[in-house]
Design a protein around this ligand. Sequence first.
Ligand SMILES: [Zn+2]
Ligand SMILES: [Zn+2]
Length: 502
Amino acid sequence: MRHFVSAGWPYLYDIPGLHNCVPMLFADVCARFNRLQGHEVFYLCGADEHGARTEYVARGYGTTPKALLDSKYDATLPLLAKLELSFDAFGRTGDESHRTFVQEFVQDLLKHEIIIEGTQKIAWCTHCEQHLPDRFLEGTCPYCSGRTYGNQCNNKKTCARLVESDKVIDARCAVCSGSVEWREEPHLFFRMELFRDKLAGLATAPAKDISEVTERVQRTLTENPTVCISRDTQWGIPIANLPGKSVYSWVDSLLAKISFTPEIYWKDTDTRKHFFLGMDGSPFYGALFPALLLASHRGYSVNHWEICPNEVFIYEGGICSKSTGTGIWLEEALATLPSDFWRFYIFHVHANVEMGAERDVDFRWERFCETVNHWILKGFQAAAEAGPGEQGQEQQAKIRQLMSAGKIGEAFHALLTALVEQPSREKTANLAPLLSCFLPTCGRQLAQGKRPFETASLYAPEVQMDYQDKVDARRAKRCLGEEVTDARADALCVCPINLKEQ
Ligand SMILES: [Zn+2]
Ligand SMILES: [Zn+2]
C-alpha cells in the first residue's frame, strides 16, 4: 500500500518556531509508522515561497524575495534535519519545474472553462499606493463578525471561512490602517460548484475531528461557488493572459503537493493521503485541493483523503506567535537540549488533550522538565536496564491499532506506559521500533539495550536560563542596524519584528 504524507506548508520565515513544526512532527510519525508497517511512503515537506507577504517581508530586510528565501532555506533545513524530520523531499514553490506545472494546469482548466475570466473589485490603499491582496486587507468577517483578512477569516477556532476580499466589512489596509479604494480588475475564477456533489463527504478525519472537518468543508463548498485564483502581486507564478497578476499562492502551494511527488502516488487509486494541518486549513485541503484535482481530468485520485488537524500550541499561557515574540525557537531549543526532548513534549501534551485530560496544548518550562525527567531520563533508563519478563505483544498490537486509527497521541501514551511500567528486556526490544516513530534517538538506543541519555535530570530554572541566554544573544546580534518603524507593519510582516521581539 502507498501513503502520501504531508503537513501544511508554512513560510520558510515562519518555521523557526517549534509550534510551527507541530504538523510536520505529526506527519513524521505517520510516515515513520507506515514505513515500519512495510508500506511505501512519500513524505513531502516544503515551503510556500510566493505571495505579497514574501515581497513585503523581503523589503523589511532590505533584500529581494529570492535572496531572502535562499538564506532562510539555508538556515532552516539543518534545523529540520536536527529535529529528525524524515521527509523524502522538500519542495520550494519557487522552483522552475513547479512553475511550469502550475501554468499548464491553469491553462488546461481555462481551456475547459472550469476556470473562467471575470472581474473582481480589488482594494487599493492610496497611502501605501498598492493593491491589498490577502493578509494586506483587514476588516470584519461577514459570517462571524470576527477579524478577517482579505482571503480568510482569522477566527481560527470556529470560523476560518474563505472570504473574497470584496465581501470584507469595514475593509482597511493592514499596513497603515488607511481606508481603501475599490478598483475593478480582471481576474480568474475557479468554478468549485461543479464538484460540490463529488466532494461532499469525501474527506475523512480521525474520530475526534470528523464532524468539525465535515462541517467546515461542507460550508466552504456551499458558500463558495467560485474561488478567485489570481492575485495582483508580482512575486508569484505569472499568468500568461493577465499581465501583472500571479496565481493565488494557496493554489500554487496546493498544486506543489502534486508537482513534487512521484506521479504514481497520485494516480494509484489505493494511495492513502494524510494531511496534517491546523483546523483552519480544512477549507483548502478538504475542498479546494480535491476540487482542483477532479477538475484536472489528469487521472489524479482523490480516494482515501484524510485531514488530520493539530491543536494550536500555547506558551506559558499565551498563544505562540512571532508577532508577540512568544514561543520556543527551534534554533536555540535544539542548541540547548536533544531533539527527542522537544519531540517528546509535543506528543506528550497532545496526547493529554486527545484523551480529554487537558484542554490546551501548552508549554511550561516546569512541566517540560518534570515530564522529561520522569519518562525519558528515569523511565527509559529503567526500560534499558530491565531484566527478562513479559513480551508485551498485546500492548504492541493495541498501539499499532491506535496508530492506524489516527489516534497518535493516545498511541504515544500507551507506548510510554507499556515501556516504563513493569519494564522488561523483551518488551523494550519489541517496542523500540514503535518508539522510533516518535523519538528516533531513544528508539535506536533502546533497540540496542542502551540508555538513551546520560543526563540524570533537568532542572527547570537552569534549562530556561540556558535557552533564554541563547535567544538574547541572537537578538542582540540581529538588532544591530535593524529598524522597524511601523508597529502595524510589524504585526503583518512577522519577520523583521521577530528580530526585535522584545
Ligand atoms: Zn469569520
Ligand atoms: Zn496602506
